[in-house]
Design a protein around this ligand. Structure first.
Ligand SMILES: Nc1ncnc2c1ncn2[C@@H]1O[C@H](COP(=O)(O)OP(=O)(O)OP(=O)(O)O)[C@@H](O)[C@H]1O
Ligand SMILES: [Mg+2]
Length: 364
């Protein structure tokens, strides 16, 4: 089972530039969370801070009793083995083939034999659809294959927490859909806690249990997927709709004059009748994969939160659950239709051929 990662009061600066401050959030065990935020808001710095590769100057990141920010390096190194990080740029060694790149953490951090390493590497390469590509070097494969190799490498240590930094960037829509499914299937299989940084709104709205968003040095949203998608906060709403209108400008924040101009234009436009924001169904594991234990725990956790949530958030959660239940029922019906009607073990042997029939070429 995955482990909880509890972040409290985390603040990071580089020189006089504050990246983010007083970030509080908890990644619940086994749940999937997406972290959004305009480019340069410090998402990569945040992921690296969770595993102690970057040291924030204030706050704590607690993982099973270890503080990844303030504890001695020796403890942090040991704890880091429980994480798998898929880097934004792949971070593959260009001179090593895929097999050796993916085997690297096992050779570096474990005493496993080469035979054991081989079994694990080949299994993970198979999981991400890279079986048979072991000998290729990173320069010989496509961007999508490099991403999947990065995911395989993040998986070899059987991580309890998986951090993915823009796993979809540079992928075509079909491969992005496959990757989303792969992430959900991996979560269903190993119940790891997952944090995915992405700019892809489709992934953000359909994959995670929770969504967080960084904007201008603050964590401006964090909560169940449905409550963030339905948020009326102008920054969150603009980001999720990918709209040029709103407080976010090309280089972060628009000035007051530009915002006033936009507000005036919006006021003069005829207003469409307000409709509740649609909450899409959440992506489910592929047929044959186990149910997501993280999703079940998430539902129980959110149920306990319901009395403290505003009515609009509760309504959004209900709509999201209804959409997910409907999609799950449709998928179940589809797989029942495509499955053989008679269970294989009760299938009869075909009747013998009539005596007059002779297969072609067979002499009487
Ligand atoms: N080692 C470093 N030293 C100094 N500044 C840094 C360092 N690493 C990151 N930064 C700065 O921190 C800020 C946040 O960078 P980060 O890479 O985390 O952004 P991001 O949200 O991941 O952006 P993107 O969506 O483009 O990947 C940037 O202004 C960057 O220049
Ligand atoms: Mg980044």
């Amino acid at each position: 089972m995955g482990i909880e990662v509890a972040v409290e009061g985390l603040t990071k600066s580089f020189g006089s530039q504050t990246i983010w401050r007083d970030v509080d959030l908890t990644l619940p065990a086994g749940e999937v969370t997406v972290l959004l935020g305009p480019s340069g808001t410090g998402k990569t710095v945040f992921l690296k801070s969770l595993i102690g590769l970057i040291k924030p100057e204030k706050g704590t990141v607690r993982v099973d009793g270890v503080d990844m920010v303030n504890d001695p390096d020796r403890r942090v190194f040991r704890e880091r083995k429980r994480f798998g990080l898929m880097f934004q740029d792949g971070a593959m060694f260009g001179s090593l083939n895929l097999y050796d790149n993916i085997a690297f953490p096992l050779r570096e951090h474990t005493r496993k034999t080469e035979a054991e390493i081989r079994r694990i590497v080949l299994e993970k390469m198979d999981t991400v659809g890279l079986g048979g590509e072991e000998k290729k070097v990173p320069g010989q494969i496509s961007g999508g294959m490099r991403k999947r190799a990065g995911l395989a490498r993040a998986l070899v240590m059987d991580p309890e927490v998986i951090l993915c930094d823009e796993p979809d960037s540079g992928l075509d829509p079909v491969r992005t859909a496959h990757l989303s499914q792969l992430l959900i299937d991996v979560n269903a299989r190993i119940d790891a806690t997952m944090l995915i940084v992405t700019h892809n709104i489709e992934i953000a709205c359909t994959v995670p249990d929770n969504i967080g968003m960084l904007y201008r040095r603050d964590l401006v949203a964090f909560g169940p997927r449905e409550t963030v998608i339905s948020s009326e906060d102008p920054v969150i709403a603009q980001f999720l709709r990918g709209s040029p209108e709103g407080p976010i400008g090309m280089s972060e924040e628009k000035d007051a004059a530009l915002l006033a101009e936009e507000a005036e234009r919006a006021a003069n436009r005829p207003r469409p009748k307000a409709r509740p924001i649609e909450i899409p169904a959440q992506l489910q594991p592929s047929p044959g994969e186990p149910e997501r234990a993280g999703e079940i725990r998430h539902a129980a956790r959110v149920d306990a939160l319901l009395p403290s949530l505003p009515p609009a958030a509760v309504a959004a959660i209900r709509r999201g659950r209804a959409a997910s239940a409907e999609a799950a029922a449709a998928a179940a019906a589809q797989s029942a239709r495509s499955a053989p009607r008679v269970p294989p073990q009760t299938l009869q042997a075909p009747p013998p051929l009539p005596p007059e029939f002779k297969p072609p070429g067979e002499t009487p």
